[in-house]
Design a protein around this ligand. Structure first.
Ligand SMILES: [Zn+2]
Length: 402
């Protein structure tokens, strides 16, 4: 079989799984189990606005309804049986890569991985809700999907500039990767103090003490028999999907599916949507990648942070060109899976500074609109940057010998 026959065969075969996956997954969808821990409740939490749709059923329903996307997949089921959806906008008819990125990068030509011809547009993946307790990027992704589907988000607003940018890419959105964590988490954490935020996120031990942000990373998985509440950070098996990043030992269906998604569709750039207890920012990328990619990713983070500041969403003027540190997480794995640049956006869950009296007092409480606005600001800057100069130099056309 020559290369053309191989690619043609793969293309013909590739059309079927997409269709079969859509219908088969819908039919064979396993029953969703009830949560293994009682969802945490905070009396007095303000009711959410109508546009803030972040509950697992709402996410699954919107994705199931989506009709404007060119492709739709349930890429995984969570330990509780929730579907993890990916919606695709743009042309996704390319045959699967004939090699992986690792081999392809070192092969006779980079097109062995990217295809010949490669996709006409760069491929961008926006994944939200890897930490289920952090709903802001999920709310942003849901409003974005509604906008892509109907022309306006759940507030009735249209962002023509953003839609135009997205149309210049192949765009994949995973609105909630950790549906299990979302299922035990409140709709939002707005107005809560630092301790409640920590309890809702990383959970509490049986004696009521906080597991903590760093403390939660002492375990993989979190020992669920020792906790009174696991937090919405991990999935129902106690795994922090963001750190499911040991090659050869990926534990969660969610992480495995996201990495396969990136590899299959030759993803060039990833926005990984999270939240924390500070003013929003795109965090400095890891130093563990090709040096030129680290420099580029850092520059895009600076650009997005300047825009977040200019939009009045972060009172502090961001420091540019911060030194990257050697962090290893799912973003590192995206880089290995498809060569992608990957950046993490941290929205705020409530305030511009953590409510941790007496040491720290916030100066403002974000509105619900403002809580998810960094998603749109960051996407605009990230996508615009990739049009000014491609995210990656995959290789050149020189076919080098053996
Ligand atoms: Zn997070």
């Amino acid at each position: 079989m020559n290369r053309r026959e191989f690619m043609t065969g793969m293309a013909a075969g590739a059309a079927l799984p997409a269709l079969a996956a859509g219908s088969a997954c819908a039919g064979a969808r396993p029953a969703v189990e009830p949560t293994r821990f009682k969802p945490i409740e905070f009396p007095g939490l303000a009711p959410r606005p109508d546009f803030w749709k972040v509950r697992p059923q709402e996410i699954a329903d919107l994705c199931a309804r989506a009709a404007k996307c060119s492709r739709k997949e349930i890429i995984a089921h969570t330990p509780l049986g929730h579907p993890v959806y990916a919606l695709f906008y743009g042309d996704f008819n390319d045959a699967p890569p004939q090699t992986n990125w690792s081999a392809g990068l070192s092969s006779t030509t980079w097109k062995n991985y990217m295809g010949d011809p490669p996709p006409a547009k760069q491929t961008f993946l926006f994944v939200a809700g890897i930490h289920g307790a952090e709903p802001e990027c999920v709310a942003g992704a849901m409003n974005l999907i509604q906008m892509l589907e109907t022309g306006a988000d759940f507030r009735g607003r249209a962002d023509g500039a953003l839609l135009d940018l997205i149309s210049r890419y192949r765009f994949i959105v995973v609105p909630c990767a950790n549906m299990d964590g979302r299922a035990i988490s409140p709709d939002h954490l707005r107005g809560l103090g630092w301790r409640d935020f920590r309890a809702a996120s990383q959970g509490t031990w049986k004696d009521g003490s906080l597991i903590g942000w760093r403390g939660s990373k002492s375990w993989f998985p979190l020992p669920l028999d020792k906790v009174s509440y696991p937090g919405g950070y991990p999935n129902a098996d106690g795994y922090n999907i963001m750190h499911d990043a040991a090659p050869g030992h990926i534990r969660t269906a969610e992480a495995r599916a996201l990495l396969r998604l990136a590899e299959r569709w030759r993803v060039d750039a990833v926005l990984n949507g999270h939240s924390y207890e500070y003013a929003p920012s795109v965090i400095t990328p890891s130093s563990i990648d090709a040096p030129e990619k680290v420099v580029r990713a850092n520059a895009i983070a600076d650009r997005a942070n300047a825009a977040i500041h200019a939009a009045g969403l972060n009172p502090r003027k961001p420091k540019a060109n911060r030194p990257p540190r050697g962090i290893i997480n799912l973003n590192t794995m995206f880089a290995l899976a498809s060569g992608a640049l990957a950046l993490t956006l941290e929205c705020s869950v409530s305030f511009d500074r953590p409510l941790k009296p007496p040491k720290v007092k916030p100066t403002r409480t974000y509105t619900f609109d403002e809580l998810m606005e960094p998603v749109f600001v960051t996407l605009r800057e990230y996508l615009a940057d990739g049009l000014e100069r491609p995210f990656l130099v995959r290789g050149d056309d020189r076919v080098f010998g053996d």
